[in-house]
Write a protein that binds this ligand. Structure first.
Ligand SMILES: N=C(N)NCCCC(=O)O
Ligand SMILES: [Zn+2]
Ligand SMILES: [Zn+2]
Length: 322
């Protein structure tokens, strides 16, 4: 394998709308052998409590990502030249058995992480964050978690089911795979079942930056506060696209009014570029409710910023010789 990463198809030679879609028109993992960052889809939405359709989210994000360009001015970096980023395809999970699906995601993540990749996962519904966190914690120990979402996702069960898109982070705390000194929800809003939801969440160790806090305090101040809390811990970022206002992300299953703008989300992520980001996911894109790819474009840019953070760190670590 050459030492230079293989980058995206050149869109000045081959129209960007031609050919099959990989994330950002990058090579497939089987074309490059190994990757520093593996972009992987999880077409699974059997854990949703309202509108279904996030099983189509990964491929919608790939389609929308055809328009990404190789240089990211906001982080002054060419992410696909700094590190090998490749599309690892989809993890094929059982849509009729949630417990089995959770195990399959964990095993596939173990394999990719074991081969030395960081993961940029495209969901799928939020259920999949639990097996991804399990796998990341096996490699790094309990991780700091930054969770962008309208919802807490720390509820206990739905219809008696433990593994759903509203419960992954309670399970993760119970399993001891999160560093409870550094857990934050960002963008929280909307009605809850009761005040107890917030009390339970606080007991688990989460801090909350609400959507209104972001609006009042601004992206820079919020990013500064989050960075201080995270320090140099290994960090996992989980982004439920419903953190954005339905005007910025109509294509999702449980929309809530009063959300963040895509500009605020992207700016906060950029403000975290010095954090030790070990893996990330973008979930809950449900293209059937989308219009003009508003949601999948926002999701593709979000994944691009996260990938840029990981690529910069990989390049910096390589330059230091580790
Ligand atoms: N993770 C997402 N998107 N939503 C959770 C909502 C759970 C509920 O319906 O109460
Ligand atoms: Zn949500
Ligand atoms: Zn969620």
């Amino acid at each position: 394998m050459s030492t230079q990463p293989r980058g995206p198809v050149d869109s000045s030679r081959i129209p960007r709308y031609a050919g099959p879609a990989t994330f950002a028109r990058l090579p497939r993992l089987d074309e490059v052998g190994s990757a520093d960052v593996a972009v992987v889809g999880v077409p699974f939405d059997s854990g949703v409590s309202y509108r279904p359709g996030a099983r189509f989210g990964g491929n919608a994000i790939r389609e929308a990502s055809r328009l990404l360009r190789p240089y990211n001015p906001a982080q002054d970096a060419s992410p696909f030249a700094l590190a090998q980023v490749a599309d690892a395809g989809d993890i094929a999970v059982n849509p009729f058995n949630i417990n089995e699906a959770v195990e399959t995601v964990e095993a596939a993540a173990d394999e990719l992480l074991g081969a030395g990749s960081r993961l940029m996962t495209l969901g799928g519904d939020h259920t999949i964050a639990l097996p991804l966190l399990r796998s990341v914690a096996k490699k790094h120990g309990p991780v700091a978690l930054l969770h962008f979402d309208a919802h807490l996702d720390t509820w206990d069960t739905y219809f008696g089911a433990e593994y759903t898109h509203g419960t992954p982070f309670r399970r993760a705390v119970e399993e001891g795979i999160l560093d409870t000194e550094a857990l934050s929800h960002v963008g929280t809003r909307g009605p809850l079942y009761g005040k107890q939801d917030l009390d339970d969440d606080a007991k688990m160790g989460f801090g909350i930056v609400t959507s209104a806090d972001v609006y009042r305090r601004g992206a820079d101040e919020v990013a500064d506060q989050l960075r201080q809390r995270i320090g140099d811990r290994p960090l996992y970022i989980s982004i439920d696209i419903d953190v954005l206002d339905p005007a910025h992300a109509p294509g999702t299953g449980t929309p809530e009014a009063g959300g963040m703008t895509s500009r605020e989300l992207l700016e906060i992520i950029r403000g975290l570029s010095s954090c030790n980001l070990v893996s990330a996911d973008v979930v809950e894109v449900a293209p059937a409710y989308d219009h003009a790819e508003i949601t999948s474009v926002a999701a593709s840019h979000t994944a691009y910023e996260l990938t840029t953070i990981m690529s910069r760190q990989i390049a910096a670590a390589k330059a230091k010789g580790n």
